[in-house]
Design a protein around this ligand. Structure first.
Ligand code: B1H
Length: 685
C-alpha cells in the first residue's frame, strides 16, 4: 500500500526488459515494467493498481501469443476437422485470473508483482468482467471454450463484440437500478483486431433470378463484420484456441459525406454500425426486435463466410474444391436457437455463391450443423413475423420455406443439456470415496478449507453491503437470474417464516438453533416488474432482520448485489447449502448446482422425476401460485436444519465433491467431440 512515489521508486530499480517468454519472477517483473514503459496507455510516472493491471495483462498476453500463433499454424498444417461453436453469449469473467491459472504461472506472477509492491489479488481485481452474456447459457459457452482448449481440441468460438455487456446492478432504496457496463471503456488487453479479416453482411434487398434459374441476393444495405480475436488458453496445455468476436463497421464507401454535411447524422450506414452496441439482456424472455434478428444474422453470416474461407485456404494448393469434404473438416454447433439462421445461410452460400444444387447443399448442411437446446420455456422461443423476415432476409425466407416443405414430416434428433442420471454414483466407486470421507485427517482439513472460503466470503459481503456476517453460521445461498420460475420468492418466504419462528422462541430455544446466513443474488431483466419486486423484497426483509438485535445473531438475510462470474467465484467456494428450487420441469438443467456440488456444498433441489400432477398444471401457468409449495419446501428446510451436524455435513460435502466429476465440462466436451463433432485432439507437438 505504498504511495505513488514509492511505487515509481520501486519501478526505477527494476530494469524494463522485453522478454515475452520470461519464466522466473525477476524476469517477469522486468517484463511487466517493460510494458508499463513501452506499451503506454496512461500518462507517464503512474504505476497505480490500474496501470499495474494493464502492464501485467500485457505480460501474460506475451506468454500466450507464441503458443496462440503456434496453435494456429499447427491446425493450418495438420488441417484436422475443426469445431466452431456459435453463440450469441459468452460470460468469460476475468481473463487474467483464468490465464495465470491455466498457464500454471500463478506463483511466478504473484512473486513478480510482490517485487513491484503489489499482491496478485489486488491486481486481478482491477479487471472488469467480460459479461457478454446473461446467465447459464453464456457461462456454459465459456466453460466449453475452456474445455476445448484443455482437451487440445481444434475448436473455436464465434460471438459478437458487444460494446455494452450485461448491465451492472446497483441496489438503491427503490431496488435494482441498471447501469451500463462499459467493459471496453479503457481497452481490453486480451483482444487482437485482425484488420485482414473482414466480411460483407447484407440486409434487406431482393432476390434476382438468373436465366439459368440460379438465384442471387442483391441490393439492400451492406455493412462489414470485422474480426477481434481473444486467446483461449487451456489448463496445463500449450494449445491456445480463439474466440473470434465480430464487430460491425460501416463501409467507407457507404458513408455519405454529403448527407452528413446536410446534418443527416443518422445515415443507414451509421445506424447499422450499431448492431453490436448492446447485448440483449433478456434471459429466456420473449424478444421480437428487429435489431436482435440483425445481430443473429450478422453472427451467422460472418462466421460461416470465415469458416468457408478457412476451408478453402486449407485445401493445400489444390484448386478443385471437393465440397463433399466440407463436413469432414467442419463441425458447427449452435448454442440454442439464437444462431439458427446459420442453416439457411450455409444453404445460401453453398447454392448461390458456390453453385451447388439443393440436395448436395442440404446433405452438407445436415452433416455440418448440430444444435443444443437449453430451455423449454415457451417465452424463450424467439419469433419474428414473416413480413419482417421477408423484408430483412428475402433469400433466406425462400430457403426456409423450402426446408419447411421438405422436412415438415421428418423427426429430428436434438441434443439437450441434461439427463436424469440414476447411476451417477456407482456402488463400488462410492465405497472408495467413503473410505476417504472417513479418513481421520481429511475431514478436519476439509472443514478448515471451507471455513477459510467462508471467511473470504464474509469479508466480501461486508465490503459490498456493509453487513457483517458470522463465518460460523450456516451459509445458505441462492444465486441465479431472478425469475418467477426459479422461485426466489419461495426462498424469501421461507426466510420470513424462519424469522417469525425465531421471534416466537425463548432465548434458550433460540440458542439451540443453527445460526444461518441466507444469501440471495441475481439480476432482474430491466422490464420484468415481478422479478424486480422480488429483488426489492429480499433486500427489505434483510433490512428488518439484520437490524433486529433479538434474532440477528441467529439469522441474517443478504441480497448480494451485481451477481456475475467473479462474484460467483467468491460465493460458491464459501457455500454450505444452496437452493435450486425451480418449479418442476422448468429448468433445463441449471449449471450453478454442479459448481456448488463440486465445491462441497449440499444442494436442495426440485426433483423433476417426481413431478406431481398438481405441479404439472402449475407449470403451464407461472404466476404467484409459485409459493404453493412453500409448506413442502419448509418441511425440507426444517428436516435439513434439524439434521444439521458438522460431522455429517463434512462427510456429505466430501462425497459431493468426489461425485461431481461427471459434471466437469471437460467430460461434456469430450463426449461432444466423440459423439457429435467426430473430431480428434490436435495437440501442439
Ligand atoms: C438457458 C436461455 C436463454 N436456457 C434466451 N435458455 C435468452 C434463452 O437472451 N435471450 O433471449 C438468453 C438465455 N438460458 C439456460 O441454459 C437454462 O435456463 C438453464 O437451465 C441451463 O442450465 C443453461 C445452460 O444450458
Amino acid at each position: 500500500n505504498g504511495s505513488t512515489t514509492d511505487r515509481i521508486k520501486i519501478l526505477e530499480k527494476i530494469p524494463p526488459v522485453a522478454n515475452p517468454q520470461a519464466k522466473d519472477p525477476a524476469a517477469i517483473a522486468s517484463n511487466i515494467n517493460y510494458h508499463a514503459h513501452y506499451s503506454p496507455h496512461f500518462s507517464p510516472y503512474k504505476f497505480e493498481p490500474e496501470q499495474a493491471f494493464y502492464a501485467t495483462a500485457e505480460s501474460v498476453r506475451d506468454q500466450l501469443i507464441k503458443q496462440w500463433n503456434d496453435t494456429y499454424s499447427h491446425y493450418h498444417k495438420v488441417n484436422p476437422k475443426q469445431t466452431y461453436y456459435l453463440s450469441m453469449e459468452y460470460l468469460q469473467g476475468r481473463a487474467l485470473t483464468n490465464a495465470v491459472g491455466n498457464l500454471d504461472v500463478q506463483d511466478a506472477y504473484a512473486n513478480a508483482l510482490k517485487q513491484l509492491g503489489y499482491a496478485l489479488e489486488e491486481i486481478t481485481e482491477q479487471e472488469k468482467d467480460a459479461a457478454l452474456g446473461n446467465g447459464g447459457l453464456g457461462r456454459l459457452a465459456s466453460c466449453f471454450l475452456d474445455s476445448m482448449a484443455t482437451l487440445s481440441l481444434p475448436a473455436w468460438g464465434y460471438g459478437l463484440r458487444y460494446r455494452y455487456g450485461l448491465f451492472k446492478q446497483l441496489m438503491t432504496k427503490t431496488g435494482q437500478e441498471e447501469i451500463a457496463e462499459d467493459w471496453l471503456e479503457k481497452f481490453s488487453p486480451w483482444e487482437i483486431p485482425r484488420h485482414d479479416v473482414v466480411f460483407p453482411i447484407r440486409f434487406f434487398g431482393q432476390v434476382e433470378i438468373n436465366p439459368n434459374g440460379s438465384r442471387k441476393w442483391i441490393g439492400g444495405e451492406v455493412i462489414q463484420a470485422a474480426a477481434y480475436d481473444v486467446p483461449i488458453p487451456g489448463y496445463k496445455t500449450k494449445d491456445t484456441n480463439s474466440l473470434r468476436l465480430w464487430e460491425a463497421k460501416a463501409r467507407a464507401e457507404d458513408f455519405n459525406l454529403f448527407e452528413f454535411n446536410d446534418g443527416k447524422y443518422e445515415s443507414a450506414a451509421l445506424l447499422h454500425s450499431r448492431i453490436c452496441a448492446v447485448l440483449y439482456p433478456g434471459d429466456a424472455t420473449e424478444d421480437g426486435k428487429l435489431l436482435r434478428l440483425k445481430q443473429q444474422y450478422f453472427l451467422c453470416s460472418a462466421s460461416l463466410q470465415d469458416i468457408i474461407t478457412r476451408f478453402k485456404e486449407r485445401l493445400g494448393g489444390r484448386d478443385k474444391i471437393l465440397w463433399s469434404e466440407f463436413p469432414s473438416k467442419v463441425a458447427v454447433q449452435l448454442n440454442d436457437t439464437h444462431p439458427t439462421l446459420s442453416i439457411p445461410e450455409l444453404m445460401r452460400l453453398l447454392m448461390d455463391d458456390e453453385g451447388l444444387g439443393w440436395d448436395e447443399a442440404w446433405d452438407i448442411t445436415n452433416r455440418t450443423i448440430a444444435y443444443t437446446n437449453h430451455t423449454v420455456l415457451p417465452e424463450a422461443l424467439e419469433k419474428w413475423s414473416q413480413t419482417v423476415m421477408w423484408k430483412l432476409l428475402p433469400r433466406h425466407m425462400e430457403i426456409i420455406e423450402e426446408i419447411d416443405k421438405r422436412v415438415r414430416y421428418t423427426l429430428n434428433l436434438v441434443n439437450g443439456v441434461a439427463q436424469l442420471h440414476s447411476d451417477i454414483l456407482k456402488a463400488e466407486l462410492f465405497s472408495d470415496y467413503v473410505k476417504f470421507a472417513d479418513n481421520s485427517e481429511l475431514p478436519a482439513e476439509w472443514e478448515s478449507a471451507k471455513l477459510a472460503s467462508k471467511q473470504q466470503l464474509a469479508n466480501y459481503v461486508l465490503q459490498v453491503t456493509g453487513v457483517s456476517i458470522d463465518p460460523n453460521s450456516l451459509f445458505d445461498i441462492q444465486i441465479k437470474r431472478i425469475h418467477e420460475y426459479k422461485r426466489q420468492l419461495m426462498n424469501i418466504m421461507g426466510a420470513v417464516y424462519r424469522y417469525k419462528k425465531l421471534k416466537e422462541m425463548s432465548p434458550e430455544e433460540r440458542k439451540k438453533t443453527t445460526p444461518r446466513t441466507i444469501m440471495i443474488g441475481g439480476k432482474a431483466f430491466a422490464t420484468y416488474t415481478n422479478a424486480k419486486r422480488i429483488v426489492k423484497l429480499v433486500s427489505d426483509v434483510g433490512a428488518v432482520v439484520n437490524t433486529d438485535p433479538e434474532v440477528n445473531s441467529f439469522l441474517k438475510i443478504i441480497f448480494v448485489p451485481n451477481y456475475n462470474v467473479s462474484v460467483a467465484e467468491v460465493l460458491i467456494p464459501g457455500s454450505e447449502l444452496s437452493q435450486h428450487i425451480s418449479t418442476a420441469g422448468m429448468e433445463a438443467s441449471g449449471t450453478s448446482n454442479m459448481k456448488f456440488a463440486l465445491n462441497g456444498c449440499l444442494i436442495i433441489g426440485t426433483l423433476d422425476e417426481l413431478m406431481l400432477k398438481s405441479e404439472k398444471k402449475l407449470v403451464k401457468k407461472i404466476s404467484l401460485f409459485l409459493v404453493q409449495q412453500l409448506t413442502k419446501f419448509l418441511g425440507c428446510v426444517k428436516k435439513e436444519s434439524k439434521d444439521w451436524d458438522r460431522k455429517k455435513w463434512t462427510k456429505m460435502s466430501i462425497l459431493s465433491t468426489a461425485g461431481s466429476g461427471k459434471f466437469s465440462s471437460d467430460r461434456t466436451i469430450g463426449q461432444y467431440a466423440n459423439e457429435i463433432w467426430k473430431i480428434d485432439e490436435c495437440p501442439l507437438p
